[in-house]
Design a protein around this ligand. Sequence first.
Ligand code: GLY
Length: 582
Amino acid sequence: MNLSRNWRRLLGAALSLGLVFVVGMAMAAEATPEQAAGQRSHVPPMRQRPPGKAAIASANFLATGAGFEVLAKGGNAFDAAVAVAATLSVVEPESSGIGGGFMAVLHRARDNRDVFIDAREVAPAAVDAKDYVGPDGRPNRDHSLNGPLAAGIPGEPAGLVLMAERYGQLPLQESLAPAIRIARDGFHPDPRLREAIAQKRAILQRWPASAAKYLRGGKPPAADALWRDPAQARTLELLGAHGDAGFYQGETARRLVAAVRAAGGNWTLADLAGYRALERTPLQFDYRGYRIITAPPPSSGGVALAEMLNILSGFDLDKLDRAHRVHYIVEAMRRAFRDHNDYLGDPDFVKMPLDMLLSPYYADGLRQGILPDRATPSSMLPVAEASDPGMHTTHFSIIDADGNMASVTSTVNTLLGSSFVAAGTGVLLNNEMDDFALVPNQPNAYGLLGSKANAPAPGKRMLSSMSPSIVIGANRTMVIGSPGGSTIITQVLEGILHFIDGQDASEIVADKRFHHQYLPDVVYVEPGTFDAATSEELTRMGYALKPREPWGFMNVVTWNRLTNTLDAASDPRRPSGLGKVE
Ligand code: GLY
């Protein structure tokens, strides 16, 4: 489609008049999400000698070590990803685990195949939105965040099986071996885990199996405590020995369902037996000569990244002073999050105008609504309130010696998920049901609003912000992602911009961050991000700047293909992480 300038102007004007939905729907053809993905990549596929070494960056040194252990046994990046994810499930349960789900972008070097693994949780068949509404019509946050009603059917075990069987080189059992050993022999919980347990102590005490797993005499474990969980080791062993059937059927499934139902949840054996991890086509688009390969729905992350970078491609960010660079980036964030709230959900359940949202012409229209020196109040953009970015969810990045890559973001949702451990399994369940728009127009834990597109339904995946991504340029490649709830998307955006500006992995993970998500209409700012003059200029333009902590745990690996060198870096804000090249 070759739209004339006037037509683009008209589109811009229509946007400011609030007609964007009508125009967008008129432009939307019948493209499926998969067709809408991958349309506009002009960066040639990578053909270069393999790096010969491997790089892994994860949120915990034991998990990074598990990845290298599996590589040394002859595994590839995908076997290492299974080992890292399973080990994080044991040593970093506050962020992710086999009671949760993950999303991953994989790049297989031998055939340049890019694939997205969707191991997102789904709603159980008996889901009932009324369970999440209090008598006053307001959201019942206790039900959506704590205990078994908060938990979706886990996707991580099936995702690990899929990754090992279709992309790995080792039997699943071998890749799970480090996690099983650490669960059985024990490890010393790091300060973040002990803080998470202290924060959730009262909720953990509600369920005996949760208290037994995480508390010692009603208190978080001491720094020198050796933490063992034979039940979790056995659950992982069954998964390794029997694949999907070892978790979704048989002993583990029976224990999970019995524990959930005894505590007021509604899972059935059929919910577990019916769960499938899926392969999807990743979203791909170009920005300044780089190909971005990222998460499609049911994540909003890739769509938002594409929309933001399409808008930003019309500005020469390098030539702008700091305040104006931030201004245009924030305006792009605002517009992408507005659309996130409105349109997105599980692609197997809802039709989304992806061809509109991903179109450069749509971005042109949005760009023309941005004033050069003034913030656009969110109240003047047609539509849709919003909180703590949290330090839950985890991301790790891997490149192996052959050039295979895994970008994996894994989560149980908020800190320690639902705090509910299913007795006899060692499995801590997620509280991902809160990521659905459970009560229309009421914000979730991240302050994100949702529409009908993200309403709960049996078997439906809840919308995510997870944005595992791979960025490929002519000579440089990056594997990136981050935890942080709704800030995942903007942190990854900022990481991509810094990479394209030439920064290395250590600089990218250390950069100070800011975030805007349409509503509330404020720019969240990591202390120290802006100097006084920039803050003053942004305030003059109409921005409300609000300091916020915490940020991070970005884990990045990069590959300079000219010098054939790898680099790995873990966010310096959190000392338990480790990025390593070997
Ligand atoms: N549970 C956080 C996310 O998926 O975005």
